[in-house]
Design a protein around this ligand. Structure first.
Ligand code: SF4
Length: 471
């Protein structure tokens, strides 16, 4: 039996953390936070809670609501909690790699949850192993945990420890952490992965996205700055340490293209607004005569709205998505249409019959899903299908926590736009320009990582991996 996986980039993880200075149930709040961040990772979920000097932790494979129930949450009583939802990019998809990780070191217990990917994890792991370290998982978060416990013994405070760790690690990271006395949030020096801070009464929370703060009724305070370490105690004292001079931020632009929930605000930009704007710009860059504009659920919906508003072409639904199909499901052995795409999406014949349809999607990775969707629309009566993509051609692999295919699998890395149009069977194809995408997020190249579109990586990436990925 084959498993069918939708052809989409997978976000690596979502993190959450809360310190209770009122009478909140921190495990429940973390659970609600993880629920709102579920789109960032569906393989495993976990919560760690500080209870006196110990840290209680429950984690398992599955969605947040599969991993936790009332009984488990009731057992996770404490004053500080962190949580994690995971999709694996480094390390296998198995429970040993689920987070948060709990560290027992000489002065007490700590726990950490990490979103991102280290580009020098294997080198650091080799060095640590050569010095006698034993690893229980294959993920790079354990490398960070190991470095923390090593440096903690050498320093008399946690801030210097974390600064030492930040000096060693390269890559993307948004981390929440429980220390013996405080809740910590930290973001990599380029701010590739998002992390924000919120407040509810006298309690504070960190989250990968502001939608998780909304879910617990917390007020958004601010984004954590690139390279910033923020520590919060039970008196409500907030200590902030900036480890980098103010310079270029490099937030992953794909957060706004696709990964983030549309209602999230990251680094001052609302993802929904950015996507609608991207659709408007796309309509100006690639106008077309048509009867209906529709988005591929869910990634193309906001941009389709913008395309429709700008072009004046009516907005509607061309496809229905089966919301109960998980990230992967068992592919049928025999099906007329040659993959599970027809189980996940179904055209609405009455909406598209005899019409020229503009279909918007956020990206094309390998092109196979897009081809099947275009074919379905045509089989169900669409007169023409014009594909519009609300980001530039995706040509280069990501090394910062997004699971993309290797470069040789990325259809845009080796085909012209006309070849891709032919391959997917669309009547026309237009991609948003990089300038258009940057305009949609009100930014410029100093502000966003755009490497998967232009190969301009914000730091050195592993040459061997790049070479292999280029095949
Ligand atoms: S390479 Fe692309 S997906 Fe990866 S961090 Fe940069 S913009 Fe995001």
């Amino acid at each position: 039996m084959k498993e069918f996986t939708m052809e989409k980039m997978k976000e690596a993880c979502g993190v959450f953390g809360i310190i209770n200075n009122d009478d909140y149930d921190v495990a429940r709040f973390t659970y609600y936070g993880l629920y709102s961040l579920q789109h960032r990772g569906q393989e495993s979920a976990g919560i760690a809670v500080k209870n006196g000097a110990t840290i209680l932790c429950h984690k398992d494979m599955g969605l947040a609501h599969e991993v936790f129930n009332k009984v488990i949450l009731n057992q996770l009583q404490g004053t500080i909690a962190i949580g994690h939802v995971r999709y694996s990019t480094t390390g296998a998809s198995e429970v040993q790699n689920a987070q948060p990780m709990v560290l027992r070191y000489r002065n007490g217990n700590m726990s950490l949850a990490h979103n991102g990917n280290l580009v020098n994890a294997s080198k650091l792991r080799d060095e640590l192993e050569a010095q006698g370290a034993i690893f229980q998982s294959t993920n790079d978060t354990e490398v960070i945990a190991n470095l923390i416990s090593r440096y903690r013994v050498l320093n008399d405070n946690i801030v210097d420890t974390l600064k030492n760790v930040m000096d060693d690690i390269r890559g993307s990271y948004a981390i929440t952490m429980i220390t013996p006395k405080r809740l910590v949030g930290m973001r990599d020096p380029l701010g590739i992965r998002p992390l924000c801070l919120g407040k509810i009464k006298n309690s504070y929370a960190f989250a990968s996205e502001s939608c998780a703060l909304d879910a617990i009724g917390a007020e958004f305070i601010r984004d954590i700055n690139p390279g910033e370490i923020v520590l919060i105690d039970h008196e409500g004292n907030i200590e902030s340490h900036n480890t980098v001079e103010k310079g270029c931020r490099k937030l992953c632009i794909f957060e706004h293209v696709y990964f983030a929930r549309p209602d999230s605000i990251i680094d001052g930009v609302c993802s929904h607004k950015a996507r609608v704007e991207a659709g408007r710009i796309l309509a100006r860059e690639y106008p077309v005569k048509a009867d209906l504009v529709a988005g591929t659920p869910d990634g193309g919906v906001d941009a389709a709205l913008g395309f429709s508003r700008e072009s004046g072409i009516p907005y509607g639904h061309a496809l229905i998505k089966n919301r109960y199909v998980g990230r992967t499901f068992i592919q049928p052995e025999q099906t007329q249409r040659d993959s599970g795409v027809s189980i996940k999406f179904n055209p609405i014949r009455s909406e598209i019959e005899g019409k020229r349809v503009v279909l918007i999607d956020d990206s094309i990775v390998r092109g196979t899903t897009t081809r099947q969707i275009v074919q379905m629309l045509k089989e169900d009566g669409a007169k023409e299908v014009h594909m519009r993509i609300s980001s530039p051609p995706y040509k280069y692999p990501c090394f910062f926590g997004i699971d993309t295919s290797t470069r040789k699998q990325l259809v845009a890395s080796k085909n012209s736009i006309d070849d891709i149009r032919n391959l997917i069977g669309a009547d026309s194809l237009g991609y948003l320009s990089l300038e258009g995408l940057l305009e949609s997020v009100k930014g410029d190249k100093c502000g966003y990582c755009t490497a998967c579109f232009d190969g301009d990586y914000p730091m050195e990436v592993p040459f061997e991996t790049l070479k292999n990925s280029c095949g």
